[in-house]
Ligand binder design. Sequence first.
Ligand SMILES: [Zn+2]
Length: 314
Amino acid sequence: MKAALIHHPIFEKHNTGIGHPETPLRYDVVMKALRGDKKLWENLNEITSEKASKGLIQAAHTPQHFKLVESAFAEGLDRLDADTTISMQSFDASLFAAGGAVSGVDAVMTGEADNAFVVARPPGHHATAERPMGFCLFNNVAVAAKYAQNKYKEIERVAIVDWDVHHGNGTQGIFYTDPSVYFFSMHQYPWYPGTGSRGETGHSRGLGATLNIPVKASTQAAEQKRMFEAAIEDIATNFRPDLIMISAGFDAHLTDPLGQLKLEDRDYVSMTRTIKQWAAEVCQGRVVSCLEGGYNLDTLGETVRSHVKELASN
Ligand SMILES: [Zn+2]
């Protein structure tokens, strides 16, 4: 498989302040691990992320939300909620992060790559249609899913698989009444941000197009993986996506300081393979995976490398 690797040096410039877990070093350790695997790196199609336009962002967010992120720093704000700190280049970084996910869609649609991984920060899945939240400014995956549907005739249905340890409340909310985007989140529960119970299954025309699999703290990895496989099998019987996106948080890892689950690198590899197989059956292998969480700087690079290596393998 030809995998695209999308990134931009500005992801180092979104400065969240000393001691913040969502640090620029996350970008460094991930890029170092990927570049350090020469054989893998030579096979990746490296793409520099471009800025998402205001119009693309506003397909998933209100104009007020866009304006807030655009003007916050200039107006003297250094945070957008209790956890979401910003610096001078955060607005630009957030446009390149959403733009990276959009580039991922273009890469798989134009045939430049079979699948893509986007090393973006700030992450996106907590950002709702109306507000930044939980380290997230714009919802990168949601912006890209909307873009894919609007730009490419062959993309009617998108499946978003969110395996971050935290519930993807923002993405869920944006597509809650939309039957064309299936949202599946597997996350520690109860945990931040408090949403993501089994009873949340969509609303109105979107009823049945949201699936939440809450996982108790300290659940064994094998058990969690079984829950994941069963969920994908279930979704695949009812929903045939034209594109699959992954909200790829790696904070459900055994070593992560922000979660209490027990996945290891091999579990992420196996979940990646499951998604790839599903994509091969229904949408010519089109998978766009975007970095969300993952906060152990000693292990994150290697975990991401394993994930990307599996995306790139045959
Ligand atoms: Zn997370």
